[in-house]
Design a protein around this ligand. Structure first.
Ligand SMILES: [Zn+2]
Length: 503
């Protein structure tokens, strides 16, 4: 008997058992509880059978410090299957939260996003990543029987680019009446430093992710990806998404990557390639700053337009790639620092891609944090290392008011604490969002594929959902999804880990 037939027989036996249980159940329980028993037995049989799938060979997962670490290896379809299977529960939890936010902000329905995924995004994705996305849907289905298909997964992967970049472009073009006021998001505070700026003259790179707490509390995956083709990747990420997407990653050829988004960016190229696909491909195949830039520029669709901060540990060189759609600019140095907090600085990018952005409004979150980065990095020139980077990500100095108070202008953002919100990217007063996690690494850690990460506010403060919702009923729509975001400890991860050994 082949393995396949033996597995099928095992499932059949379980199903017959389940049916007998159900018939027996009719005598002692009501029909509904019998049905629940049948459902759970079928689910168990499905999961048990799927867990013997040969595609799972070599993959593994464990939790540490609040993070879920997954090791994925093989060809594209296999990596996808492992991703969908191992993170099935996390995907099923994250999908409705992301979907609810997308529908609410855009006033569009889910079939719209599926159509965009199928007709606009899918045809421009390389076959390798189409196979990986298909694999995610298959692995998810094998584990839970989920009804989500590959276009739902593609739409999920586009959650940082379609709602806030494509939809406003489309509304303007189609002159949609009463169109919602959508703005590109302001995600993150980050820097990369090298040469005389760092303690031992190697590269130090660090990033905290700014997003809604609802999404942020789910942005807790550490992906260790060992693909058949290309370089090995260690990155943080979101369940079901093939790119890091808040973008903090290293690859085995020495590339170190992060970004912050460009505030008030406008534009979209419907013929371009999805950003999530380019960002993942660049991580997997780029062996230099030039190679990374080339992949990001190839088919640039304007989605999720970022200021990319890059490092190459082989050369000690760092770079900032300000990737607008109509314009872009690359700065690079072997002795310097680049910071990011959601502002563009190249005159052409400012003029052509962010016409509404005012770089001189020092009260706004991006500019206030830019001023704080300059101050903090200059003060610490020559002393910067990973442990100092962790402190910087947790910084609570408001450079505009010259006070220490966690708010929208601090590197560790807490928007729920301020009645200002962040108008430049459409966050209302007391918006439940801010810095939701942080990561850092340096050249020598990157050489052994290591990074440190902290879930929750990098300062260690907890966000508690119940008192927040009681005080701010205007956010009641988030109640089904919003949970406590408790800070974990700074935790180290390394490629090739297979279980949660205490460090
Ligand atoms: Zn904080």
């Amino acid at each position: 008997m082949s393995d396949g037939i033996r597995r099928l027989a095992a499932v059949l036996i379980l199903l017959i058992g389940a049916a007998l249980l159900w018939v027996a159940g009719l005598h002692s329980h009501d029909a509904e509880s019998a049905k629940n028993e049948l459902d759970s037995t079928v689910a168990y049989a499905r999961e048990h059978s799927a867990s013997n799938d040969p595609r799972l060979k070599g993959s593994s997962s464990f939790e540490r410090g609040g993070w879920v670490y997954v090791h994925l290896e093989g060809d594209a379809s296999t990596i996808g299957f492992q991703h969908g299977f191992l993170l099935a529960n996390e995907i099923e939890d994250a999908f409705p939260a992301v979907q609810a936010a997308m529908l609410r902000s855009t006033k569009r329905d889910w079939p719209f996003f599926r159509q965009v995924a199928r007709e606009m995004l899918w045809p421009k994705i390389d076959p390798e990543y189409q196979q990986e996305l298909q694999g995610i849907a298959e692995g998810l289905n094998a584990r839970t029987g989920s009804q989500l298909d590959v276009y739902d997964i593609v739409a999920l992967n586009s959650f940082e680019e379609v709602p806030d970049y494509y939809v406003p472009w489309l509304n303007k073009r189609e002159k949609v009446a009463n169109a919602p006021n959508l703005k590109s998001p302001g995600n993150c505070s980050a820097f990369v430093a090298t040469g005389s700026w760092t303690k031992d003259h190697q590269i130090v790179i660090a990033h905290n992710n700014w997003t809604s707490y609802m999404n942020g509390e789910r942005w807790r995956v550490i992906f260790d990806i060992q693909p058949t083709n290309g370089y090995r990747i260690l990155m943080d990420g979101f369940p079901g998404v093939i790119a890091s997407d808040d973008d903090f990653a290293i690859n085995s050829d020495g590339l170190m990557v992060t970004e912050t988004t460009i505030t008030q960016f406008e534009g979209w190229d419907p013929n371009g390639k999805p950003e999530f696909f380019r960002a993942r491909k660049a991580l997997q195949y780029a062996n230099s700053i030039d190679a990374y830039t080339k992949i990001m520029l190839d088919g640039n669709n304007g989605g999720y337009a970022n200021d990319w901060l890059l490092g190459d540990r082989k050369t000690g060189e760092i770079a900032q790639l300000e990737l607008g759609l109509k314009a872009y600019k690359l700065w690079r140095t072997k002795d310097g620092v680049f910071a990011g907090s959601n502002w563009a600085r190249d005159p052409r990018v400012l003029k052509e891609d962010t016409p509404e952005f005012n770089p001189n409004d020092m009260a706004s979150s991006p500019n206030a944090r830019r001023a704080r980065w300059e101050q903090l990095l200059n003060e610490n020139k020559g002393k910067i290392d990973v442990s100092l980077a962790q402190q910087m990500l947790a910084d609570h100095v408001d450079s505009f008011e010259k006070k220490t108070q966690a708010d929208d202008r601090t590197l560790c953002g807490h928007i729920d604490s301020t009645d200002r919100g962040v108008s430049v990217w459409g966050w209302e007063p007391y918006y439940p969002g801010g810095a939701v996690q942080g990561k850092a690494t340096d050249s020598s850690m990157a050489k052994d594929m290591r990074l440190v990460a902290r879930l929750g506010h990098p300062c260690g403060e907890d966000f508690l959902a119940a008192p927040f919702l009681a005080a701010h009923p205007e956010y009641a729509w988030e109640a089904p999804y919003l949970r406590d975001l408790k800070a974990g400890p700074w935790t180290e991860f390394r490629s090739g880990e297979t279980h949660a050994l205490a460090k």
